[in-house]
Design a protein around this ligand. Sequence first.
Ligand code: FAD
Length: 345
Amino acid sequence: FQAIKKTEDKKAAKDLSTYHGVWVFAEQRDGKLMQVAVELLGEGAKLAKAVGCELCAVLCGSGVEPLVSELFEYGADKVYYADAPELKQYTTDAYTKAIYEAIETYKPEIVLLGATHIGRDLGPCLAVRCGTGLTADCTKLEINPETKGIMQTRPAFGGNLMATIVCPNHRPQMSTVRPGVMEKATRTAGRAGELIRLRIGFHEGDIRTKVLEVVKSVKEAVSLTDAEIIVSGGMGLGNPEGFELLKKFAEKLGGTIAASRAAVDAGWIDHAYQVGQTGTTVKPKIYFACGISGAIQHVAGMQKSGLIVAINTNESAPIFDIADFCIVGDLYKVIPAILEELENV
Ligand code: FAD
């Protein structure tokens, strides 16, 4: 009860008019900016323009200062940078403390995080500390022209309806956003901004966990959201060995493989490779759909690809409705034929 009471008191004490600016959590791994951060800067810029405020990035890490200029070039007007050895690896306590203190000091109106493993952990912890709400896994963000508040839309009930959520009485308004959904910010070389260094004093007991070793999961190694060319396979492969042919094809093109849920459910490939509503949303330059029928849940995760090439034996397959190039044929004949052509290039 006391904890609830404290949060209520904190909420009651807030003057919402003191909150300004759109903040984007600039997620980085090993000193490399995650693509979702660039997408959030793209979306954040639109929101900041609609509200009439500045766009800021908040960066945590140790020795990752080269990313600051990258963030300016991607459109951030200000970068809040917390540099400390305790922030080298992500831990919930250290990142929550650093960003919470920054929020309390500088009072942003909107805070966006990627719906990545880190964002999904950090977002709720920050929201609780700030005594505000959080809308998770958003696929659309808009500013209400009258209230200037943010309207956060996310799929609900397994994607059967889209829920739009508002946060009228608390600040900041916080959202985690699905990677691969928003347009990336364009980069302007040499663009500059204001760097604000955050001084975070860590004390004993602040961080209750210690990272002993980092073991990369298949998902991190796969990084479908960053791939420019994806060769995706479905039940039309007929067997798990079919992915070997797709791998060969993808390697030749400098891309990566992916799969439909049916192929994942059949145990042919790890879930990390799944594209779609319950998998990863991707937006490569070229997406090859090989032996994939084009069910709505699959299409939801790849329809924004630059160019879609579908290979299917069934000329009425729904995937052809959204494909730019439709190849009616057996993938086991079509792909080797393309590979042979590529050998001659
Ligand atoms: P099929 O639908 O069986 O299609 C196989 C295709 O291969 C057919 O079109 C066939 O003509 C073609 N084919 C057969 N042989 C060949 C050959 N030799 N050469 C070329 N083509 C051939 N699905 C996802 O993919 N991702 C998701 O995230 C996802 N989430 C879901 C969430 C919910 C709540 C639900 C209910 C379903 C979800 N699904 C998802 C499942 C989705 O509805 C489909 O069942 C699935 O996408 C079908 O996979 P597929 O296209 O590989 O298989």
